[in-house]
Design a protein around this ligand. Structure first.
Ligand code: FEO
Length: 409
């Protein structure tokens, strides 16, 4: 049975919701699913904007045939070639041999690398930034969006009705289920906003300058945009909520924190470093500071830690020493910060070691030498096996230092 929604009078959402996949890109948890969005325009010509992951092809194909209602599919327009959106290209072309594929040079190169069967030159219509293409009433223009999220990525603006097909940009994790528009859900609730942030910073976070470049291009046509149709998550109408979301994209892609607050991230083998983390947290609260969160690196997928680190200004890293090094999950977290180009944060460091504490030196070295524009506060605390009176006093001083720094930020 078809499951479709109208975006405008002649534009339909024909995507699918994914609930079975546990890991997006086989790495990021999807506890609340994800949607693969595709859109079908019924003009004098019919145009399908992108496809879906192979796992969702059945629903997608049913949706397309329902909306086409016997019409041929004239064009398949590909904005982004990553297989979560492109894997069903072959299936479309098998069912619709009449379809011509519109995309750019890099995308066609990747289509051939992935082994899609776009046989015959007359099947391919190559476009580049600034080109226009008419389907009847609707004329679209193409804007390159390299590295948001792959080099071939582009976005397409329907200049007739102001629909921006934004590819991965403005996407979110979470299946949309029956909802289509962002104003049909409580988007600023943690359920949506946390997953929007986790999606953006883990998938495209490394490419902040490229997001900035796309935002700059979008800024020149902002008054013409009436809808934003991403490849994941809800569709946006041009209202104050879209502007707020664009503002967050701007912040995230500049690596600026959303709020002044503290993350306490601890790595503990037997509970003693964990106790130090609880100690520090209670000292913050005793001093009236409550905008902090505490996470165990061993129990929290690093994509959530990265997302929270994009959100907050300050991080207290508290790690046991392990094999004379940093506890491996803490090391993974630091590595992900580097991989995703995270910068401009302030850290406090607490180490634990029973005979040769090393984690503190190594963490500080990583922060200052491997990452960009990171500040490490003075007053590192060394715990020898478990917190004693001396380290308890030092944790109290560190709590004061952290609060002062947050208040000055
Ligand atoms: Fe949702 Fe870069 O693909």
């Amino acid at each position: 049975m078809q499951i479709t929604r109208k975006v405008t009078d002649d534009l339909y959402w024909v995507g699918a919701n994914e609930h079975r996949l546990h890991l997006f890109e086989n790495i990021h948890p999807l506890p609340t699913g994800v949607s693969y969005n595709a859109y079908l325009l019924l003009d004098e010509k019919t145009v399908l904007f992108d496809t879906v992951d192979w796992s969702s092809a059945r629903q997608f194909l049913e949706n397309i045939e329902y909306v086409l209602n016997g019409r041929p599919l004239d064009y398949l327009l590909i904005n982004h070639l990553e297989p979560d959106h492109a894997a069903s290209i072959d299936e479309i072309l098998v069912r619709h041999p009449e379809t011509q594929v519109i995309s750019n040079e890099k995308a066609f190169m990747l289509m051939h690398q992935f082994g899609f069967h776009i046989d015959g030159e007359n099947k391919q219509i190559e476009v580049k930034e600034g080109d226009t293409f008419s389907f009847g009433k609707h004329t679209v223009t193409f804007v390159a969006a390299p590295m948001v999220h792959w080099p071939e990525a582009m976005v397409t603006l329907d200049v007739t009705n102001g629909v921006l097909f934004s590819a991965d940009a403005f996407g979110t994790f979470n299946s949309i289920d029956g909802h289509l528009f962002a104003d049909e859900v409580d988007f600023w609730s943690p359920y949506w906003l946390d997953e929007a942030r986790r999606y953006l910073v883990n998938i495209v976070g490394k490419y902040g300058p490229h997001i900035q470049a796309l935002l700059a291009k979008a800024g020149t046509v902002l008054d013409k945009i009436k809808f934003v149709c991403p490849l994941h998550g809800p569709v946006w109408r041009a209202d104050e909520n879209l502007l707020k979301f664009i503002g967050l994209y701007d912040k995230w892609s500049r690596y600026e924190p959303e709020e002044n607050g503290i993350l306490i991230i601890y790595a503990s083998m037997y509970g003693n470093t964990e106790a130090a983390a609880m100690n520090l947290a209670s000292k913050l609260s005793e001093r009236g500071f409550n905008n902090y969160k505490v996470y165990d690196v061993s129990k929290t997928h690093v994509s959530y830690l990265i997302s929270e680190t994009f959100r907050y200004s300050h991080v207290a890293l508290m790690s046991v020493t392990y094999n004379l090094g940093i506890f491996p999950p803490m090391h993974d977290y630091l590595y992900d910060m580097k991989a995703l180009n995270l910068q401009k944060r302030t850290f406090a460091v607490v180490e634990n070691g029973s005979w040769a504490p090393k984690a503190g030196d190594l963490i500080e070295e990583y922060l200052t030498q491997e990452l960009k524009e990171m500040t490490v506060l003075s007053g590192r605390v060394t715990v020898n096996s478990s917190v004693n009176e001396s380290s308890d006093r030092e944790l109290a001083e560190l709590a004061e230092t952290l609060i002062d720094s947050v208040n000055e930020a």
